[in-house]
Design a protein around this ligand. Structure first.
Ligand SMILES: [Zn+2]
Length: 347
């Protein structure tokens, strides 16, 4: 009995020491417990390009807990997540935080500064298609590599914050990734509910190979870390409603992960979309949309059309099934192979 008591006390002492909150380092940025630190991750020049920097903030709580990574600006004209992180940077108090939050304020600086949609001006690549990246690759691949090693590898939970890009008129929603180990998928489902948005796209088609994870959030999932992608805002707008929705979602996550004592409750009855499809254009030209974001459409409904530069119709797009329009292209420019509309439906 007495021996057992001594063992128990010893166990408490060891565990207590092991979980004490410690300084958290992300690249050159180190935040002591209970403090906030900001700085930049360097992506050095290589192969004739100029390299780039990633501005980051580490909010290190005073008590142990999860490490939540929040990444904004993977696409160059997606401003609402960038602005939401500016607010969250000062709103999350390290003194009352358990665990830590790592923020990447602008993940794709070349695209942000050049104001490009989808593709980096440095290498023409979509940053959210080159994960986990390559240390000896093009600039987008090296950015992905730095985010993977410095941010995702240090996190326990990952959220990739998006909105419609500068040309996408989007109704807010979350992607829940179901591939990966069942416990990771279930934890991801709970994160999606905690984020609070009422439309959740069930994503069953992400790669499972950590060496070819392709997407940022999937880089977390393939490494055993629950992860989400969220979409709130679009068309290069900076509306408060879309920004506040992201702030609220992060607050819900902090509560769910027990990093903060209070916060908004999870969404109770979201619409889960089991079926979704991006309709793409087979032609380059001028796009005319015929439906609005959030609109419910029947199978076969005309979604829009693309014409050549003299007005001749090249292709008419129709809804492949009955569903809800989550986003539709809202500007005329259209390239062959690019998205026209994203439609989702419950089964
Ligand atoms: Zn995006």
């Amino acid at each position: 009995m007495r021996v057992a008591t001594v063992c128990l006390l010893f166990t408490f002492a060891v565990v207590g020491r092991a979980v004490a909150q410690e300084p958290l380092r992300v690249g050159p940025v180190t935040a002591a417990p209970g403090t906030v630190a900001s700085g930049t991750l360097e992506v050095p020049p290589r192969g004739g390009d100029q390299g780039t920097t990633l501005p980051v903030t580490v909010v290190n709580g005073s008590k142990p807990g999860p490490v939540l990574a929040l990444v904004a600006g993977v696409h160059g004209q997606e401003y609402t997540p960038v602005l939401a992180l500016q607010r969250l940077r000062t709103a999350i108090d390290p003194a009352s935080l358990s665990g830590a939050v790592i923020m990447v304020h602008v993940a794709n600086m070349p695209s942000y500064l050049a104001r490009t949609i989808y593709y980096s001006p440095a290498d023409g690549k979509n940053l959210n298609r080159v994960f986990p990246g390559r240390a000896d690759g093009t600039l987008s691949e090296r950015i992905a590599d730095v985010i993977t090693r410095e941010v995702i590898d240090r996190a326990t939970h990952v959220v990739d914050l998006h909105c419609g890009d500068g040309n996408e008129s989007l109704r807010p929603y979350t992607y829940w990734i179901t591939t990966g180990p069942p416990d990771v998928a279930e934890a991801g489902r709970q994160m999606a509910l905690a984020f609070g948005m009422d439309r959740i796209v069930v994503d069953r088609e992400r790669p499972v190979d950590p060496k070819a994870s392709v997407y940022l959030s999937n880089t977390g999932v393939t490494r055993g870390k629950p992860a989400l992608t969220i979409e709130s805002g679009g068309m290069a707008q900076t509306d408060n409603e879309s920004i506040a929705r992201i702030e609220r979602g992060v607050a819900g996550l902090l509560r769910h992960l027990k990093m903060r004592a209070d916060g908004p409750a999870p969404v109770t009855k979201p619409v889960l979309f089991d079926r979704s499809e991006v309709v793409r254009s087979n032609f380059t030209g001028i796009f005319y949309g015929a439906v609005e974001k959030g609109q419910t459409v029947a199978a076969g409904t005309v979604i829009g059309r693309v014409t050549d530069f003299h007005g001749k119709v090249l292709e008419e797009f129709t809804a492949p099934f009955a569903g809800e329009v989550l986003y539709i292209i809202g500007t005329p420019a259209m390239n062959k192979g690019e998205p026209v509309v994203f439609i989702a439906a419950t089964r």
